[in-house]
Design a protein around this ligand. Structure first.
Ligand SMILES: O=C(O)CCC(=O)C(=O)O
Length: 273
């Protein structure tokens, strides 16, 4: 038994590469978070989607508080151990009847981590059933290690570089990870996964937190930033400062620099691929 996950869930994660659904927040808390996100979007006149969807934990205390909550970190610790960094965070909202989708990919691609140990926690702020385009995974595919990816820059592909596995792999057996508002899923950095269009009448919104053990480093020349969310630092990243004022001036400056470095590192890794 772990701090949050049962022994069966931990074994399932090791064998299949994911565990889902896991209760994290109440529906009311999730609705409150979604309201925060949408009132910010309304104030800016734009959505937190492709191009504007990286590292919002540096802008909004409510996002930072999710990343540091025991509900999330106890589960992460059960898999990664006690010293934990938040390496990255992306938001991929899909509006009602949105054709946007995410191709088959592995999160490790272009991260350049050594060792390549990383887990993504996807926290649902609204319901994400199969029809709304929840994630679909190839169970056990994390054991394949890094597969080759190409890039597909079609508009309605949500990943920033449209990275897509471009070698044959067996997808004759897949599983969906439907999650209700307030629940989360966890998946391994090498798990092959995708998500389809949203065919429902409601907006599907989730936050994808990328956690790594603090002992991991990034092989890029660009020195990256990360947030120490639990345990002790191992000195491999410049530590991010949690936001105090939502979208404040200092917060915006730190956020812009962290995102600049993350994109530069991704470009380096993609160029060397
Ligand atoms: O939001 C989605 O549909 C997919 C997100 C994803 O691929 C991830 O969090 O790793």
């Amino acid at each position: 038994m772990g701090k949050k996950l049962s022994q069966d869930q931990i074994e399932h994660y090791k064998e299949k590469g994911y565990v889902s659904p896991v209760d994290a927040f109440t529906r009311e808390q999730a609705a409150g978070y979604l309201k925060e996100l949408e009132s910010f979007e309304a104030s800016q006149g734009r959505q937190l989607t492709k191009g504007f969807n990286f590292k919002p934990h540096l802008l909004f205390p409510w996002v930072d508080s999710i990343a540091r909550s025991p509900a999330v970190l106890d589960a992460v610790e059960d898999i990664l151990g006690p010293d934990i960094l938040l390496f990255h965070l992306s938001v991929w909202p899909k509006n009602a009847h949105d054709s946007a989708f995410i191709n088959w990919h592995q999160d490790a691609t272009y991260f350049g981590l050594a060792p390549s140990t990383q887990l993504t926690v996807w926290v649902a702020l609204s319901d994400a059933p199969v029809e709304a385009g929840c994630m679909e995974v190839v169970p056990g595919s994390q054991k394949l290690g890094q597969l080759h990816h190409g890039q597909n820059h079609t508009d309605n592909i949500l990943l920033s570089k449209g990275q897509t596995v471009d070698v044959p792999f067996d997808k004759s057996h897949t599983e969906f990870m439907p999650v209700s508002a307030g629940q989360m899923s966890l998946h391994d950095t090498f798990l092959v996964h995708a998500s389809g269009p949203n065919t429902t009448d409601h907006r599907r919104v989730g936050l994808g937190f990328s956690f790594i053990p603090a002992s991991s480093r990034c092989t890029s020349k660009t020195r990256l930033t990360a947030s120490l969310v639990r345990g002790k630092d191992h000195g491999n990243f410049d530590l991010e400062t949690p936001p105090v004022v939502a979208n404040g001036e200092a917060e915006r400056a730190l956020h812009a620099e962290a995102v600049r470095r993350f994109r530069a590192s991704n470009d380096e890794q993609a160029a060397a691929y």
